[in-house]
Design a protein around this ligand. Structure first.
Ligand code: MN
Length: 285
C-alpha cells in the first residue's frame, strides 16, 4: 500500500495517479494527551489503520495526485538516523573533493557509525528546500529512507526486516563546511521525505532498487541499493546497538556518488524504482 499525507494533514492511498482520501481511518488511533508519545502514533498503529482503510477505501473520494501538497509520510518521527558515506564511490569522491570534505577526515562508516538529523529539519516534497547559507555549497543527497515499524533494541540483523514498516525517498540535504554533520544536515527543510510511504508488504525487496536524481533535468546521481556498504539489516543492527528504535524512526541509508550543489530556483527530481518520483523545488529562505 502507498500511503501519503497530503494537504491539511489528510491521509491518502495512492493508486494509478489518484489519491483516495482515507483520513477517517485515523479515527482508530488512540487519543493522546500531554506528554505526547515521542514516537509516531500512525506508524505504531499501522496495522489497525490499514484494516480500517480496507473497510472505507471502496467508498473513498479520490483526487488527482497532480497538484496535491505532499507532506512527509511520517508526521512525528522520534529520530532521523542517517548513514554517512555508505556507498564506496561516494567515499572516494568525498575524499577527493575538498569542497565536500573541508579537511574533515572522511572515514569508513564501520568506524564512524551513524549520525542524527534534527526532526525539525523534516519536510515533505511540496514544501521544498530553503537554502540557509547561500554563500556555501549546499548539496543534494538522494537516499533510500527506511521507516521503522516497531520498537526494538539490540536487534539481530537476521531479525531486522521484521522491524521495517516501509520505505520512502529521502533527501539528506547538506551544507558543506567544517562543522559536525548533525549541524550541517539539520538546517530547516534539509530532511525531505516523500512522496509517500510504500509499505514493506508491497515493496518486498529493498536490496536491489535503482534510483536517480536530476537537477534541472541534468542527471547527477544514479545508483542501486545493492551497492550499499552496510546493508539495511546491518544498519538496523548497528543503530539499535546504541539506541532503541521506535515506530516512525527513519533511517537515511546513505547517498551514492554524484552529490553536488543546488541553489535557489533549482528543481530536484528524485526517483526510486518501486517507490515513485518526487519534485522538490529549491528556494531562498
Ligand atoms: Mn547522506
Amino acid at each position: 500500500m502507498r500511503l501519503c499525507r497530503f494537504n491539511e494533514n489528510r491521509l491518502g492511498v495512492v493508486k494509478d495517479g489518484l489519491v483516495f482520501d482515507v483520513t477517517q481511518a485515523l479515527d482508530v488511533l488512540p487519543p493522546s494527551r500531554y506528554p505526547h508519545p515521542t514516537y509516531d502514533s500512525f506508524i505504531a498503529n499501522l496495522d489497525k489503520v490499514r484494516a480500517r482503510i480496507n473497510e472505507i477505501l471502496p467508498k473513498a473520494a479520490s483526487l488527482p495526485l497532480e497538484g496535491l501538497t505532499l507532506l512527509s509520510p511520517v508526521a512525528n518521527p522520534g529520530k532521523l538516523i542517517a548513514a554517512p558515506v555508505n556507498y564506496l564511490k561516494h567515499l572516494e569522491e568525498a575524499r577527493a573533493d575538498p569542497g565536500v570534505h573541508h579537511n574533515n577526515q572522511i572515514d569508513e562508516i564501520q568506524r564512524i557509525g551513524l549520525f542524527l538529523k534534527a526532526t525539525s529539519a523534516m519536510v515533505g516534497p511540496s514544501h521544498g528546500v530553503a537554502i540557509r547559507h547561500p554563500e556555501r555549497r549546499n548539496d543534494h543527497e538522494i537516499e533510500l529512507a527506511v521507516i521503522i515499524g516497531k520498537s526494538g533494541v539490540g536487534i539481530a540483523s537476521a531479525d531486522a526486516w521484521d522491524y521495517v514498516a516501509g520505505y520512502c525517498i529521502g533527501l539528506d540535504m547538506t551544507v558543506r563546511g567544517p562543522e559536525e554533520r548533525s549541524l550541517r544536515k539539520s538546517v530547516d527543510t534539509y530532511a525531505v521525505l516523500g512522496p509517500w510511504m510504500v509499505t514493506a508488504d508491497e515493496l518486498t525487496d529493498a536490496t536491489n532498487l535503482g534510483f536517480r536524481l536530476t537537477v534541472n533535468g541534468e542527471l547527477r546521481q544514479s545508483a542501486n541499493t545493492k551497492d550499499l556498504v552496510i546493508d539495511i539489516p546491518e544498519l538496523i543492527r548497528f543503530a539499535s546497538a546504541f539506541y532503541t528504535l521506535h515506530p516512525g524512526d527513519v533511517i537515511y541509508t546513505g547517498t551514492p556518488a554524484g552529490v553536488g550543489p543546488v541553489k535557489p530556483g533549482d528543481l530536484i527530481v528524485a526517483e526510486f524504482d518501486q517507490i515513485g518520483r518526487m519534485e522538490v523545488a529549491v528556494r531562498a529562505v
